[in-house]
Design a protein around this ligand. Structure first.
Ligand code: GDP
Ligand code: MG
Length: 438
């Protein structure tokens, strides 16, 4: 697919604003990629339309083809869609924090309960696992084995008691045993049914969990949407755990589930071992779902190339000895968009790692101060800093609301930069002549 996409991208050469055709062509590939990743088709349709609307008319970034620019937007939107909500466990102000795990049978609830307990234990919590699956044979035993491995206590009352009672008693147990987190492992069914939902609702009503986490098997694919929708409508979930992402699924379920529930994905299961639970990273998930790693790194490189181009322009000026405070000011303005000046300088061949470079980092506040100082200079002073005598420097300091020593420091920094750049110019000249560096 990446290859197919490259072809499409290659065909779109024109620059300027993204027109409808650019977007449509690129979005066709995006649509296929999302469907291949098993994103629900309705979600795909909605997403594609939304991005189309946003993309048409956007200015194409220099050094990107329109097609690449569309992919860039898609990737940003995907990341945004999956990640603009805080995705941590929110702990109760009055312990114990009660976390209830729900989901279909085999989704990974019991395993995730253990993993989550282990994770919280590492953070200094004292979790208690509560066995509320009284239907599946050996479900209680399974949780006990998991608890044993992690040295986390498991509360159970056998399979004769009602899950609601077990949950309630579990919390009492936690209260009297100093457990500050209670993780309730519930039963699942192969398909959603009312009996299951009613039982879960009853547990919810009785124990009022702080977090209801829906555990979803990422291999569920297209159907993930229905599962998520049903559980969310019936119970009102607080977040999602996506399991089995260590398999070869591209994880389209992440996007589907996020789109229909609007609830954050909080964790991902990355294996059967009890420490295979990770925090969810929307950016990583976005590129996994898109499955366009090659194209995305291409775009990243192109974005960096822009910085290089600006650095090259600067370099030319310096070599011609034209670099003055006006350029310095322009440079500062670019710095604000591009990141630190020393980063730009690093892109000039031969510059990275130089000692002077290390002295050249500015933070935001400093940049504003420098701007103020330069703006308080006259045109003539900016062009020819050598005329900056004591009284001029005093005036500039007053005008910019800074101190004379700050003006002095800037002038010194400027001279340093200029000298460094001149050295670099000479170096390159001698290298072009075939000379060697000493
Ligand atoms: P439950 O029915 O929802 O409680 O599901 P289980 O916790 O019993 O898990 C069902 C199966 O999925 C077990 O064999 C688990 O080992 C496996 N499993 C759960 N999470 C993951 C995961 O993140 N990756 C992999 N590879 N297997 C998992
Ligand atoms: Mg289970």
């Amino acid at each position: 697919l990446a290859e197919k996409l490259q072809n499409t991208l290659g065909k779109l050469k024109s620059k300027g604003k993204l027109n409808e055709k650019d977007v449509k062509d690129a979005m066709r590939e995006v649509k296929l990629a999302l469907l291949e990743a098993d994103v629900n088709f309705k979600v795909v349709k909605e997403f594609v339309n939304k991005v189309k609307e946003r993309a048409v008319g956007q200015e194409v970034m220099e050094s990107l083809t329109p097609g690449q620019h569309v992919i860039k937007i898609v990737n940003e939107e995907l990341t945004d869609l999956m990640g603009n909500v805080q995705s941590k466990i929110s702990f109760a102000s009055k312990p114990p924090t009660v976390i209830m795990l729900v989901g279909l049978q085999g989704a990974g609830k019991t395993t995730t309960g253990g993993k989550l307990g282990g994770l919280l234990k590492k953070q200094g919590k004292k979790p208690l696992l509560v066995a509320c699956d009284v239907y599946r044979p050996a479900a209680i035993k399974q949780l006990q084995v998991v608890g044993n491995q992690l040295e986390i206590p498991v509360f159970s009352m056998g399979d004769k008691e009602s899950p609601v009672n077990i949950a309630k008693e579990g919390i009492n147990h936690a209260l009297s045993h100093n457990n500050d987190v209670v993780i309730i492992d519930t039963a699942g069914r192969l398909h959603i049914d009312e009996l299951l939902m009613d039982e879960l609702k009853n547990i919810k009503t009785e124990v009022k969990p702080h977090e209801i986490l829906l555990v979803i098997d990422s291999m569920t694919g297209q159907d993930a949407v229905n599962v998520a929708e049903n559980f969310n409508e019936a119970l009102g979930i607080d977040g999602v755990v996506l399991t089995k992402l260590d398999g070869d699924t591209r994880g389209g379920a992440a996007l589907s589930v996020r789109s229909v529930t609007r609830k954050p994905i909080k964790f991902i299961g990355m294996g059967e071992k009890l420490d295979d639970l990770e925090a969810f990273h929307p950016d990583r998930m976005a590129s996994r779902i898109l499955g366009m790693g090659d194209v995305l790194s291409l775009i990243e490189k192109a974005e960096q190339a822009i910085d290089v181009k600006k650095a090259k322009e600067l370099e030319a000026k310096i070599k011609n000895q034209e670099f003055d405070f006006e350029d310095f000011l322009t440079q500062m303005e670019q710095v604000k968009n591009l990141g630190p000046l020393n980063k730009i300088m690093e892109m000039i061949p031969g510059m990275s790692g130089s000692k002077e470079l290390k002295n050249l980092s500015f933070d935001d506040k400093e940049i504003r101060r420098i701007e103020a100082i330069i703006k308080s200079m006259t045109k003539k002073e900016r062009r020819d800093p050598s005329i900056l005598n004591a009284s001029r420097r005093r005036r500039i300091a007053n005008g910019s609301g800074t101190k004379v020593h700050e003006v002095n420091r800037l002038v010194k920094q400027f001279e340093q930069t200029k000298k460094m750049m001149k050295q670099f110019g000479n170096l390159e000249k001698s290298m072009k002549k075939g000379g060697k560096m000493k």
